[in-house]
Design a binder for this molecule. Structure first.
Ligand code: ADP
Length: 271
């Protein structure tokens, strides 16, 4: 859409004509719409657990406290929704920090295998409870990447957590790496429910979910993948997802810490 501005042409204090100035404001409008949608989404996401917490607290106060079995059940529901709120606020903070550039990202040589091993320890309980097998063997010989170790850990936490969440018991998640001269592509592949092709291009958007009810049941915030995308892009990398029928694979490409050519000095400048 265009916004027209009429600017008078003045010569020696006399208006001699007008000039029409056209501004293309479609980008501005689009950004404003995205901001409004985001605020609406956040409000909706926050309101759901708050409503539930209030409802159960009121029921408890109205007399359910007198019935220990009921009371325990209600308090545990309150607890799990308070957890959801905490994850949401924490994800929102992370996103806003990443967007404002408030926290500079470190860039140092990082071993992907070491980070992945730490992540498996962090998620060990969930992995075990779900009966999922996680295979890291494919990361053994991966070259190091240039990254912020804490942020890369978060990327792998989010991808592995999703893989575990969206894979039925007995399934497996395989991490592997493929290297090129200047980059390393980390793949997180699961044997889970997969992602319909019409949704594949949108799952990195904030709050986009294939199945909202399922995501919420799993404690998802709908922000995990947008955080992944942000972190990776801030480090000069790319992300993508693939799914065909059975299972999904997420790819993260980052710069190699030791590129085998093009060490950053162009041949002409190196003379
Ligand atoms: P959520 O908190 O809902 O998991 P994400 O941003 O991490 O949010 O993911 C967005 C959506 O992408 C999920 O709701 C789910 O529908 C889909 N998704 C992500 N990872 C996988 C996966 N490994 N297998 C199937 N679907 C997935």
């Amino acid at each position: 859409s265009l916004l027209v501005h009429w600017v008078p042409l003045v010569e020696c204090g006399v208006v001699t004509g007008v000039v029409a100035v056209f501004h293309d404001i479609s980008d501005l409008r689009q950004m404003e719409k995205m901001r409004r949608d985001f605020v609406a989404n956040v409000s909706h996401e926050l309101r759901t657990p708050i409503t539930i917490i209030k409802g159960y607290a009121e029921t408890l106060l109205a007399g359910a406290l007198e019935h220990p079995t009921q009371a325990t059940k209600f308090v545990s529901i309150v607890h799990s929704h308070a957890d959801r709120l905490a994850s949401l606020v924490s994800d929102l903070l992370t996103l806003s920090q990443l967007e404002s550039g408030a926290v500079p990202l470190e860039a140092r040589s990082v071993k992907v295998q070491e980070i992945a091993e730490r992540v498996v320890v962090l998620l060990e309980r969930k992995i075990r409870e779900r009966g999922i097998i996680v295979d890291l063997a494919g990361l053994k010989d991966a070259p190091s990447v240039m990254a912020d170790p804490g942020r890369l850990e978060q990327v792998i936490v989010n991808l592995l957590d999703n893989a575990v969440k969206y894979t039925p018991a007995g399934g497996s998640v395989t991490l592997s790496a493929a290297d090129r001269e200047e980059s390393v592509t980390i793949a997180v592949q699961d044997t889970g429910i997969g992602i319909p092709s019409k949704d594949l291009s949108r799952i990195f958007e904030r709050f986009y979910r294939v199945d909202s009810a399922r995501s919420r049941d799993e404690g998802g915030t709908g922000l995990g993948l947008s955080i992944v995308k942000h972190i990776v892009q801030l480090q000069g990398g790319t992300v993508s997802a693939q799914s065909s029928g059975q299972g999904s694979t997420f790819f993260v490409t980052l710069n190699r810490a030791d590129p085998t050519y093009g060490s950053g000095i162009a041949p002409a400048a190196a003379q």
